[in-house]
Ligand binder design. Structure first.
Ligand code: SF4
Length: 362
């Protein structure tokens, strides 16, 4: 989740749309039932705070109380919420934990000391256009700047996606860099969200990586199975299971209310296809900062074969200070979780510190 200098182009994951606009409304879901295609669902996503609040029957006075009445709060990092995610929010509840993750508020414009544009050192880690390396043995490709949802705490909300490759030929320097370094045994597709690429573009990119013989694993960092579960089609699963490399999927859910309905089915389909699925969550104040909330999240994940991987201390990106919970609280919560859940169901509480050789255990 990623930082950089301003330009006259807007920054943030919202400015690259990779999904084909001509896609038809019908598709076949992983369950074999006709469903509205993920591209159509993305096109129909909510794109303003007013629309989001109205859909939840929240009145203008509630909008004022939440600090979301001023739409300018959403202008530099626009509102984007798929209706599947909306459907998992409680109408009439202004403190719904899913709503609070995606509703722009005026407090985002507040400047807070210690909160910066690039909290995790992405700029310093750039090895080639679109290619970052922070840790031994793996490198990360910024596969796209687009996402299906705009999480208000995103550490890449200031990332200069406009500077990164979009076409396969633009990826050649990064692919050569990977091919020339036999220490790189894992390539992470990130962004933005790599699953926003359509299957054809994703396949071309994955096959180019798969052709590099020393790469053993391709890891996808994605929130689409959580916020836009229709993206998990049989075609997508076949793409990943047909690769020589082992595919690994790391999804991002923060609250147990996300792991229900179509999201649950999509995650189960990925697991049943034989692709390991891990979850990383972010500790978020007033959203999941209780042991009860984290326990439900972890139980719902392991019950469908998704392993809790990391609980991240918030990356200190500008505009997200109001989401930060105390580190001491996070440590205490994970300690309490270990008394409630088997060890394999408890995520590691970590922070990404710029320049460190690995995530820092808290
Ligand atoms: S899905 Fe990930 S990259 Fe996209 S806005 Fe959310 S946290 Fe950021």
């Amino acid at each position: 989740m990623s930082v950089l200098p301003g330009s006259n182009l807007p920054s943030g994951p919202q400015f690259t749309v990779e999904a084909p606009s001509g896609a038809g409304p019908e598709a076949v879901s992983v369950g074999g039932f006709p469903s509205v295609s993920w591209q159509r669902q993305l096109a129909e996503a909510i794109r303003s705070p007013a629309e989001l609040l109205a859909a939840l029957n929240l009145t203008p006075d509630v909008a004022t109380a939440l600090g979301s009445a001023d739409h300018e709060a959403g202008q530099s990092f626009a509102t984007l919420v798929p209706r599947s995610f909306l459907n998992r929010m409680q109408p009439g509840d202004p403190s719904d934990p899913l709503l609070l993750q995606v509703l722009p508020t005026e407090i985002e414009r507040q400047v807070t000391a210690g909160f910066v544009a690039d909290p995790v050192g992405d700029a310093a880690a750039r090895r080639a256009p679109g290619l970052l390396q922070k840790y031994h043995g793996r490198a990360l490709m910024i596969a796209t700047g687009a996402c299906a949802v705009h999480c208000r705490y995103c550490f890449r909300r200031e990332y200069p996606y406009q500077d990164e490759p979009r076409q396969l030929q633009d990826w050649q320097p990064a692919l050569r860099e990977i091919a020339d370094d036999s220490n790189l045994t894992e390539v992470i597709l990130s962004g933005g969200d790599p699953l926003i690429l359509n299957d054809d573009r994703l396949q071309v990119l994955c096959e180019a990586i798969d052709a590099i013989s020393h790469v053993e694993r391709i890891r996808l960092h994605t929130r689409l199975p959580i916020v836009l579960p229709a993206r998990v089609t049989q075609g997508l699963l076949t793409l990943f299971t047909s690769l020589r490399c082992q595919a690994v999927m790391v999804v991002h859910a923060n609250h147990g209310n996300e792991i229900v309905g179509d999201c649950r089915e999509a995650l189960q389909a990925i697991v049943k296809a034989g692709i390991p699925v891990l979850n990383q969550a972010v500790l978020l104040r007033n959203i999941n900062d209780t042991v009860e909330a984290l326990e439900v999240l972890c139980r719902r994940l392991v019950n469908i074969g998704v392993m809790p991987y990391y609980l991240h201390q918030l990356d200190r990106v500008q505009g997200a200070a109001h989401f930060e919970a105390d580190t001491a609280l996070g440590i205490q919560l994970v300690k309490e979780l270990t008394t409630r859940l088997p060890g394999y169901a408890v995520p590691k509480f970590v922070q990404e510190v710029a320049g460190e050789a690995s995530k820092t255990a808290m």
